[in-house]
Design a protein around this ligand. Structure first.
Ligand SMILES: Nc1ncnc2c1ncn2[C@@H]1O[C@H](COP(=O)(O)OP(=O)(O)OP(=O)(O)O)[C@@H](O)[C@H]1O
Ligand SMILES: [Mg+2]
Length: 239
């Protein structure tokens, strides 16, 4: 459902943030994206969602080329950006209605989904207040609800667990599992190795814009017997 092939992105100051990266994510898979700060995770996700353009390579989501068919590709994506501080002047309901309008979510389904998701994340009462007054975790949860409102098949989540309390993190992980059980795809970045270990079918480890490892964490642990996941990661990324 995600095709990312031979993609390179150099920022204007000459930083090659993504250097000939290729990977695929199939339906039914949760794939974790891990790597040190500044290794190119957010850049990869912005390329995948069409927020920024690649210099070279081919990107397709749900069968739609992000260059040839950007609207169809974007309609297929639920994206959580790396910062939840946006539209802060809007009340929760106003923000979700704006997102619902953009993605053409019918009023009835919109109401049902908001009720379900806001209930799940304990946000129902906060919806009538401006998002400026929300805590960081509450804003993050609004981004989760907004990303899922149009029930997209492909989720692209940039550090979605950041700031979530244990119950909310649990609910999000559960939603990710249910989503892939229905044959959809989840691609998310995280710095939490235990989360990746428990949740992911595969991981992609990136450093300085290049893929160092792609496969299961189980296999990686097998290759490095008697070492903790943390040590394996440190050795791999410090080389
Ligand atoms: N808008 C930009 N202009 C110039 N350079 C940028 C820009 N955004 C990111 N970079 C650079 O690209 C590289 C990759 O950054 P990116 O944000 O993709 O990393 P990341 O893996 O998401 O890091 P983190 O774990 O801290 O979120 C870094 O060297 C960063 O300085
Ligand atoms: Mg990032």
């Amino acid at each position: 459902m995600i095709k990312f092939e031979n993609v390179t992105k150099t920022y204007s100051k000459g930083v090659r943030a993504v250097d000939n990266v290729s990977f695929h994510v199939k339906g039914g898979e949760i794939v974790g994206f891990i790597g040190p700060n500044g290794s190119g995770k957010t850049t990869t996700m912005k390329l995948l969602t069409g927020i920024i353009k690649a210099d070279t390579g081919h990107i397709a989501v749900n069968g739609f080329d992000i260059r040839q068919d950007p609207i169809k590709a974007k309609e297929s994506i639920g994206y959580i950006a790396d910062s939840p501080d946006m539209f802060l002047r809007l009340k929760g309901t106003e923000f979700l209605n704006l997102i619902g309008d953009i993605y053409h979510v019918p009023t009835e389904s919109r109401r049902e989904r908001v009720e379900k998701l806001a209930g799940l994340f304990g946000l129902s009462e906060a919806l009538s207040a401006p998002m400026m007054s929300y805590s960081h975790g509450m804003r993050q949860k609004m981004m989760v609800i907004a990303a899922l409102l149009h029930e997209p098949p492909v989720w692209i989540l940039d550090e979605p667990m950041i700031g979530l309390d244990p119950k909310s993190a649990f609910e999000l992980k559960q939603l990710m599992r249910e989503h892939t059980q229905k044959g959809n795809a989840v691609f998310f970045s995280t710095h939490m190795l235990e989360v990746a270990e428990k949740l992911c079918d595969r991981v992609i480890i990136i450093k300085k814009g290049q893929v160092l490892y792609s496969g299961t964490l189980e296999e990686l642990e097998k290759q490095n017997k008697n070492k903790s996941l943390e040590n394996i990661f440190l050795e791999l990324t410090e080389k």
